[in-house]
Design a protein around this ligand. Structure first.
Ligand code: 0A1
Ligand code: ZN
Length: 861
């Protein structure tokens, strides 16, 4: 483990490259033998030794051009082979221990199935290699394994030969014709149920589709396979991109650190993002399956055909692929709820990351442990940056730019600058300034100020932008932002600015400030800013409650309408924090009542608009948060909301009979709205009958879980009884049981820590399984506000105790769960002290992983 930071600026091209790889893998739980043969070529004129990366390997043999070779040195993390020729073949034999690989990087056993995870730097745990994304080689891989236990042997590409050995083992050889970096390598060996299908591309090429799931789970794989076909078609229609191998395989495994992995032709998935059926999966689970299936499929072009030159360029593939999967999901489901979902992620998680010591640009400058940079900044803010290209260029030009990007770079490992250059080549717009989004971290704030002169009937609206210094970067410059803009009066009339700076509902903010002028206006106008969240920024636009209700009623952009209510709720909660509840007066409650009655037919909009902003979102518009006070204010507001609006909510609920389960957008919207309303009714009290009834009658997981969630905060006895029935029913299904674990872990109760201990003793809890750990410890740390932030520091201490144990097993997951502790800056001093004390404990822990070290040391710096 190296604690030395690597810098983007220090990039050097590889001294050698490897063009062809042959691997022979003899699978064994504790001693898998890997024989690799490389065709190595010196790059340029130099006399350096060949340095290969390696981690936790036992080296057995080194041969060059067929002869045993001894002129090499080994370190903890490398094999240095001295005095080599310019072109030669290198053969290495290494041994590894998959059974004891609990970090789940490299080759490991997932509940008896062999699988691999090589991104970012896991291939070096399989064999010594030039483990960097700019070394692209053709791979041929032969796997040998016990035929009875591992009837299925898979690797990237196409199978070209297979056979049996005499000793009960068999072998299969796979060849991948596309040169690829080692992080896209994969192998799988196991005994599965197989779902088979086929797809014919627009140009008439047939592709075999194979989905491998645990025995007995066949039916739960159908939706994933259908999603795959939809994604393949969408990418052809939208970007003209076809699949490029004869076979596309997906394998679902139970032990996986992340969501899924786009290995060439052989995706490996966390089973959570494959398995789904009406009984066991919520609408949200179905949505996630479809979007992750699409995400990994889209990587075949944005990531695999065109890959990253180095890991600092990660957003090149991830930001772009997230944008592509978001567009796909919007087309498959609904643009509005998708946009809101992604904006929530930005506001709850990305803004918080940018305000913490882990703040980094979408293209980071400095990295100790690459696994720490699979972040909401690189992924989601990265996608927002791609979305701004799309907004600025328009869909046609964006497509031209993408075509040009593939024309220039197919088969190459490139940089974010290369992407910008391809986009630049199709537009007259100068993207030089825009490109600052790649190097500047932090969340810009757009402040909106107005001045109105009743005499001249003139109105000026000024937008000024400011990005506060972040932990990694003191000086900030003005960014280039597309700002979607609308301007209304209190009666809903729309206005245009005098100078025509606003075109097609948008203007560019590329300086510290910009003013729009309006003449002949009868009253102060209401600026409606950042429609569809056109830039990843915060807006400070101090509108009154009345004005916000007018925005909801009249604005053109539906996202703005939703956002106006979010701002209104935030303002109301702030009044409660100030103990000024009276400010939330009858006109506001009447306004909200009208929202419900006027939009009662629009289940999608109401399903979003009736959600009160989360504690995490509220934190982003506050500083030095007094956790208990804010949490209490939020709960009091929720209760008043539920009681004051009880009549219209109840009426609405009655109209929301959803009928037998169907996964259609109309039915999804209705279920969502119904469950949001049920939660309010439970909050108002006296809803036990409704809760029991919904749980009893539910023919699908969305409604069962809706009843449980509504009971959770508002009706402890109903919650307890429904939870125990739920456990009995689902004890056999670990993915469903994770929902149960998560609900327990997020329940705000005084004895939560002993509850968490009980959960860890549950026969289905397994500390080696990331899904279980995230469901219990992750849910608590991220979402149990009162428990995690207990004023005596016990929540922080509990999480820390756990992380110190987990770090020795799975540092990657430990480093993710530490995130809420590293965000101490935004809390009041008493909380800060307690959080920092625990971070110090982690920092002083002997044998700490590089993963935790990087996040904790930055956070304490
Ligand atoms: N590239 C994958 C995500 C992924 C990243 C790292 C992993 O292990 C450290 C695993 C998966 C994706 O974006 O889907
Ligand atoms: Zn990805």
């Amino acid at each position: 483990m190296s604690l030395q930071a690597k810098k983007r600026a220090d990039y050097l091209p590889p001294a050698f490259t490897i063009n062809d790889v042959k691997m022979d893998v003899q699978l064994h739980p504790t001693c898998t033998r890997v024989t690799s043969e490389y065709q190595v070529e010196r790059m340029g004129n130099h006399g350096h030794a060949l340095t290969l990366d390696g981690d936790n390997l036992t080296l057995r043999e080194v041969c060059i051009d067929g002869q045993p070779y001894t002129d090499y040195e080994q370190t903890d993390s490398s094999l240095v082979i001295c005095n080599v020729a310019d072109d030669f073949s290198l053969k290495l034999v290494t041994e590894i221990d998959p059974e004891h690989n609990q970090a789940l990087e490299g080759l490991y056993l997932s509940a008896g199935t062999y699988c691999t995870q090589c991104e970012a730097e896991g291939f070096r745990r399989i064999t010594y290699y030039l483990d960097r994304p700019d070394v692209l080689a053709r791979f041929e891989v032969t796997l040998h394994g016990d035929k009875q236990h591992y009837p299925t042997l898979l690797a990237n590409g196409n199978p070209i030969a297979r056979g049996d050995h005499d000793d009960g083992t068999h072998w299969v050889t796979w060849q991948d014709p596309h040169p690829k970096p080692a992080y896209l390598f994969a192998l799988v060996a196991g005994d599965f149920d197989l779902l088979e299908d086929s797809y014919t591309t627009t140009s008439g090429k047939p592709v075999k589709l194979e989905l491998y799931v645990d025995k007995g789970k066949r039916d739960q794989g159908v939706f994933a396979l259908e999603s795959l076909k939809r994604a393949m078609k969408w990418d052809e229609d939208t970007f003209g991109l076809e699949y490029d191998l004869d076979i596309y395989m997906i394998v679902a495994v139970d032990f996986f650190n992340m969501g899924a992995m786009e290995n060439k032709g052989l995706n490996i998935f966390n089973s959570k993002f494959v398995l789904a059926d009406q009984d066991s999966a919520t609408d949200e689970d179905f949505f996630n399956v479809e979007s992750v299936i699409a995400h990994e499929y889209f990587h075949n072009w944005t990531g695999n055909r065109v890959t990253c030159r180095d890991w600092f360029q990660l957003s090149l593939k991830e930001g772009l692929t997230v944008f592509r999967d978001q567009q796909f999901s919007a087309d498959m489901t609904s643009p509005l709820s998708n946009r809101i979902k992604h904006v929530r992620v930005m506001r709850e998680h990305q803004f918080a990351e940018d305000a913490s010591a882990m703040s980094h640009p979408i293209r980071p400058e400095e990295v100790i442990e690459m696994n720490n940079f699979y972040t909401v900044t690189v992924y989601d803010k990265g996608a927002e940056v791609i979305r701004m290209f799309h907004t600025l260029l328009g869909p046609e030009k964006f497509r031209e730019g993408m075509d040009e990007y593939f024309r220039r770079h197919d088969g190459q490992a490139v940089t974010c600058d290369d992407f910008v250059a391809a986009m630049q080549s199709v537009t007259d717009l100068n993207l030089g300034h825009f490109a600052l989004w790649y190097s500047q971290s932090g969340t810009p704030v757009i402040e909106v100020t107005t001045s109105y002169d009743p005499q001249t009937r003139r109105m000026d609206i000024t937008f000024s932008q400011h990005t506060a210094p972040t932990a990694d970067q003191k000086d900030k410059a003005s960014l280039f932002m597309p700002v979607a803009f609308d301007c209304i009066d209190s009666a809903g009339n729309h206005y245009t600015d005098d100078d025509g700076q606003v075109r097609d509902g948008m203007f560019i903010l590329d300086t510290a400030a910009k003013t729009l002028h309006f003449s002949d206006v009868p009253e102060p106008l209401i600026p409606v800013v950042l429609g569809n969240f056109s830039a990843p920024a915060k807006v400070e636009n101090s509108l009154s409650a009345e004005q916000l209700l007018a925005v909801f009623q009249y604005a053109n952009d539906t996202f703005n309408r939703w956002d106006a209510l979010q701002s209104l709720y935030d303002w109301c909660i702030h009044q409660y924090e100030l103990e000024n509840q009276a400010a939330v007066d009858a006109t506001i409650w009447q306004g909200l009542e009208q929202v419900i009655t006027r939009e009662s037919h629009n289940h999608e909009l109401l399903g979003e608009c009736l959600v009160i902003p989360s504690f995490e979102t509220l934190c982003q518009s506050r500083q030095l948060v007094e956790v208990a006070a804010l949490n209490t204010a939020r709960s009091q507001f929720c209760r008043d909301f539920a009681q004051r609006l009880h009549g219209p909510l109840e009426t609405l609920f009655k109209t929301l009979e959803t009928g037998p389960y169907q996964y259609t957008q109309t039915a999804i919207n209705a279920r969502r709205c119904r469950n949001v309303v049920l939660n309010h009714l439970a909050c108002a009290g006296d809803a036990d009958k409704l809760l029991n009834q919904q749980f009893e009658q539910a023919d699908n997981m969305t409604d069962s879980l809706g009843a449980l969630k509504a009971a959770q905060g508002h009706s402890p006895s109903v919650f307890e009884s429904l939870m125990s029935r739920f456990e009995q029913r689902w004890n056999h299904d670990p993915l469903v049981l994770d929902k149960w674990f998560g609900l327990h872990a997020t329940t705000e109760r005084t004895d939560i820590l002993s509850q968490l201990s009980l959960l860890q003793q549950h026969p289905r809890f397994a500390k080696g399984n990331p899904n279980r750990v995230r469901a219990v410890i992750g849910s608590f740390a991220f979402f149990n506000t009162a428990g995690f932030h207990a004023p005596d520091g016990s929540g922080y201490q509990f999480v820390t105790d756990y992380l110190l144990k987990l770090d020795a097993v799975n540092p990657q997951v430990a480093a993710r769960i530490v995130t809420p502790l590293t965000q101490w800056h935004n809390f009041a001093p008493d909380y800060q002290l307690l959080m920092k004390a625990q971070l110090e404990r982690i920092a002083n822990h002997k044998g700490l992983s590089g993963d935790l070290y990087e996040k904790v040391s930055k956070s304490l710096a």
